[in-house]
Write a protein that binds this ligand. Sequence first.
Ligand SMILES: Nc1ncnc2c1ncn2[C@@H]1O[C@H](COP(=O)(O)OP(=O)(O)OP(=O)(O)O)[C@@H](O)[C@H]1O
Ligand SMILES: [Mg+2]
Length: 363
Amino acid sequence: MNDRLQNSMTAVSSPFKLSIRGLYKAYGDAVALERVTMDVLTGEFVTLLGPSGSGKSTLLQLICGLVPPSGGRLFIDGADRTQASAAERDIGVVFQNYALFPHLTVGENVAFPLRIRGLERSVILRRMEAALGMVGLTGYTERMPSELSGGQQQRVALARCLVYQPSLILMDESFSALDRNRRLVLQDEVRRIHRETGTTFIFVTHDQEEAMTMSDRICLMNRGRVEQFDTPRALYDTPRTVFAADFIGTSTILQGVVRPGGRLATPVGDLPLPDGSSVSAGTKGALVLRPEHLRLHTDDETGLRGVVEDVTFGGAEQRVRFRLGNDQKIVVQVPATLALSAGQAATVRWNAGDGHFIPDQEA
Ligand SMILES: Nc1ncnc2c1ncn2[C@@H]1O[C@H](COP(=O)(O)OP(=O)(O)OP(=O)(O)O)[C@@H](O)[C@H]1O
Ligand SMILES: [Mg+2]
C-alpha cells in the first residue's frame, strides 16, 4: 500500500510512465538486448518494431517483470521498479497466444483479475461488463473461449487486461494470428480504447504498416539495439540509418561519396544532394529516394536513363521497378493511368530536396 501511495505521489513529478536506463539482457554469452535507454510519456502509444530476433519481446518481458534484467534500471512513474515483481508492477499484458482459461466462460475469464484482487461481486460484475462492452463483446459473457473466433478471443484477452485498469498495457504481437480485416478492426478498437482511457500502451509488432498507423512513436529495433525512436513521420522522412530507411517503407538506397561541390558520386552517376545537407567532400553515405518522389518520363532525355523492368498495379497508383545503368534498381510510383510496359526506355527525375542523405556512421 505504501509503495502504491509513493508511486502515485511520484507520478505527479514525472511526465514519463516508463523510463529505462541502460537495461540489457544476456542469456549466457548471447546478448538478447543491448543497453537500452528510453522514456515513454504517460498516455503515449509506443510500438516496438523490428525484424524477428531483434529483441522486442525481450524488452517487453523486462518491462513487465517476467524476466529479470542482466543490468540497468527501470522506472515506472518516476519510481525505481527494477527489483519489483511482475505482480507489483501492475502492468497489463496481452500476448499473441490469447491464453484464456479454457474451462472458464468469457465473463469468468474477464472477471478473473478482479476476483483474485478480492473485489466485491457487484463491482466485479459491473466492471466485467464494462470491459466487454469496450471491446465490442457485450452479451458474450456465457460463451466458452472455444466458441469464439481468434479475433474474439483476442478481444476477451484485451478485456481481461482492461478490466483492472492498469495504467500501462503491453501487447506482444497480439494481432499477428488474425486475418487482415480482423486486424484492422482490432487496431481501430485499440486506438479508440487508448484515446478514451488515456492508458499508456507499448505494442510489439513486426508489421510496419501496423506500427505506422497505431503509434505516437515507434521504437525501431535491430539486433538487440534501438535503431531509432521517433514519430512514424520522422522515421519515414528522416531515417538516421540505412537500416531504418530500408525497413520503413520502400526506398531506393544509393551509396556514394560526396564530391567537392556537393554532389554524390554513385555507380549511376553524380547525383544532387538535398538542400541543407552541407556535407563535406569525401563523406561517404547513402542517398535515400522514396518511390513517390520520383518521376518517370518517356518523352525526354533529362534525368537518369533506364529501362522499365516490371510494373505492379496497386489500385490508385502503380509501382515500377526501373533498371538504371550498372544494374541498379530503383522503385518509382507512377499514376495508374500511365501506360508502361516492360522493356520500355525512360528517364527518372526527382527534386533534389526530396532526397534524404544518410552519412555513414563512424564505426
Ligand atoms: N530464453 C531465451 N534464452 C536464450 N536466448 C533467448 C531467449 N529469449 C530470447 N532469446 C534470444 O534473444 C534474441 C531476441 O529475441 P526476442 O524474442 O526478444 O526477439 P523478437 O524481436 O521478439 O523476435 P520475434 O519477432 O521473432 O518475436 C533472439 O536472438 C533470441 O533467440
Ligand atoms: Mg517476439
